[in-house]
Design a protein around this ligand. Structure first.
Ligand SMILES: Nc1ncnc2c1ncn2[C@@H]1O[C@H](COP(=O)(O)OP(=O)(O)O)[C@@H](O)[C@H]1O
Ligand SMILES: [Mg+2]
Length: 400
C-alpha cells in the first residue's frame, strides 16, 4: 500500500481538487483506493456530495480512538463513492484533535497506525491535508510514503514556496522515514505567458522532483466539485480527467524509481534541496508579467475590467474594486472582518458604478465575499476561489 499525502500549508492551491480526482483516477485504473480527509473543513465530503449531517463517525473518532488506545477501525466510517473508491470523511471536530490529545504518547503516529491496519485492503491511500502545518498535517507526513506538494502556477505562489518547503522541512526533522516528495504544477493556464515561463523554470530547477504531469486550469473541475462529483463522472472526456489519469499513471509508474530514490534520499535532505531550488527559482524570475497571448486576446473591455476591478495591493493596503452600476449598497465580508459585511461598506466612486474600499491588510491568505444589495457572491473579478461548506465559492486573496 502506498500512502500519498497532498500537502501545502496554503489554502486554495488545489489540494482537495487533486486529492479527490487523483483518488478517483486511481480507482478508475483498477486500484483499491481510499481517500482520507484530514482537513476539519471536510471539503472532500462536500466535493463528493456526502451529506455532512449524515456522517455519524469521521476521521475525528478514528484518530481520537487511536490516540487514546480505544481504536475504532477506519473501515467502520467509510463511504463508498464508486467502484473501488472509498472516502474516510472528516468533520469540523477534527480541529480539536490537537488539544484533545495533549500528553497522549504517540499521537503523531495515530494516522500511521490506523493505516497500518488496512495495509492489505487498499492499494493507494490519498490524504487530503488542511492548509496549515499542525499535528494533523504532521500525522499525514508520518503516514505517507509519498508527498505531493501542489504549486499554483503564479508568481505570487512562488513567493511563498520556499517558506512553505522550509516549514515542511522543519516538520520532517522528526520524521525518520524516507518519503518521496514531489512538486506538482497546479491550475496551470497555458494561455498566459507567465505561467509557461514559470513552468519552464520550475522544471529546470526541480527537475526529477517534479511531476511530468501538470494539472491544467479547467473550469470543469470546479463545476464537478460544486455538483459533488469527481471529474471522472462529471465529464470523463474532459482535459481535467485526462490530467488526473496521467498523474495516477505517473505515480504508479514511479514505484520502483521511488524505491531506488529512497535509498539515497531522506525526506529531510530532499526537502532542503527542493527549498533551495525554490529560492533560486524565485531569484531568476523577474517582474511578473500578466500578459495574455495574442492568439487568445481579451477584448479591450475585458482587459480594462481585469485591470481595474478585483483586489490589488497598493502600498501595504488592498484595494477592492467592483463594478455594480445598479447596486444600492455593496459590502465586503471575509476573515478580516469576522464575516460581518455590515461593518465594511464599499464606497461608490464616480458615476460608472464602480465601488471601492481600501483596507490595510497584513501578509497572509484571506477569504472573502461581496454582498451586493444583500446578495452574497464571489468577487467576479478574482479568479482565485475556494468552495465553502455551503457549496458556494469564497474569493481568495494572498497578500504578500
Ligand atoms: N485545476 C483547476 N482548475 C480550475 N479550478 C481549480 C483547479 N484546482 C482547483 N480549482 C478550484 O480552486 C479552488 C481551490 O481549490 P481546492 O482544491 O479547494 O484547494 P485547497 O484544497 O488547496 O484549498 C476551488 O474552487 C477549486 O474548484
Ligand atoms: Mg482543501
Amino acid at each position: 500500500m502506498r500512502a500519498i499525502a497532498v500537502i501545502n500549508q496554503k489554502g486554495g492551491v488545489g489540494k482537495t481538487t487533486i486529492s479527490i480526482n487523483l483518488a478517483s483516477a486511481m480507482a478508475n485504473r483498477g486500484y483499491r483506493t481510499l481517500l482520507v480527509d484530514m482537513d476539519p473543513q471536510s471539503h472532500c465530503a462536500v466535493g463528493l456530495a456526502v451529506p455532512e449531517e449524515q456522517i455519524e463517525h469521521s476521521m475525528f473518532d478514528v484518530m481520537i480512538g487511536q490516540a487514546r488506545g480505544e481504536p475504532l477501525r477506519i473501515t467502520e466510517i467509510l463511504w463508498k463513492i464508486s467502484e473501488r473508491f472509498e472516502l474516510a470523511p472528516s468533520t469540523i471536530d477534527l480541529a480539536t484533535f490537537e488539544t484533545q490529545t495533549t500528553g497522549q504518547p504517540d499521537r503523531e503516529n495515530a494516522l500511521r497506525n490506523i493505516l497500518a491496519q488496512i495495509r492489505n485492503e487498499f492499494d493507494y491511500v490519498i490524504i487530503d491535508c488542511p492548509p496549515s502545518v499542525g499535528l494533523l498535517t504532521f500525522n499525514a507526513l508520518r503516514a505517507a510514503t509519498d508527498v505531493v506538494v501542489p504549486v499554483e502556477m503564479g508568481y505570487f505562489s512562488l513567493h511563498g514556496l520556499s517558506k512553505q518547503l522550509d516549514t515542511l522541512n522543519a516538520l520532517s526533522q522528526q520524521c525518520p522515514e524516507r518519503v518521496n516528495v514531489m512538486v506538482l504544477a497546479s491550475m496551470y493556464d497555458i494561455r498566459t505567458k507567465m505561467a509557461r515561463e514559470i513552468l519552464a523554470e520550475l522544471r529546470k530547477h526541480f527537475s526529477s522532483r517534479m511531476f511530468k504531469t501538470v494539472i491544467n486550469f479547467n473550469t470543469k473541475l470546479k463545476e464537478a466539485a460544486s455538483l459533488g462529483q469527481p471529474i471522472s463522472e462529471y465529464d470523463p472526456a474532459s482535459k481535467g480527467f485526462k490530467d488526473f489519469l496521467a498523474l495516477a499513471d505517473e505515480l504508479v509508474g514511479s514505484d520502483t524509481q521511488t524505491h531506488k530514490a529512497e535509498l539515497v534520499n531522506t525526506l529531510q535532505t530532499r526537502l532542503k534541496s527542493i527549498s533551495a531550488s525554490a529560492d533560486e527559482l524565485l531569484a531568476s524570475i523577474k517582474e511578473p508579467k500578466m500578459s495574455i497571448e495574442p492568439e487568445q486576446p481579451r477584448t479591450t473591455l475585458e482587459q480594462k475590467l481585469a485591470d481595474f476591478y478585483g483586489a490589488r495591493q497598493v502600498n501595504g493596503s488592498v484595494v477592492f474594486s467592483a463594478l455594480y452600476p445598479r447596486a444600492q449598497a455593496v459590502h465586503i465580508a471575509g476573515d478580516f472582518n469576522g464575516w460581518k459585511p455590515e461593518q465594511t461598506p464599499l464606497e461608490k466612486v464616480g458615476d460608472n458604478g464602480n465601488w471601492q474600499i481600501k483596507m490595510p491588510l497584513d501578509k497572509g491568505t484571506y477569504r472573502y465575499r461581496l454582498v451586493v444589495d444583500g446578495q452574497w457572491q464571489q468577487d467576479p473579478y478574482n479568479e482565485m476561489t475556494e468552495m465553502n461548506p455551503f457549496g458556494d465559492f469564497n474569493s481568495i486573496l494572498n497578500v504578500q
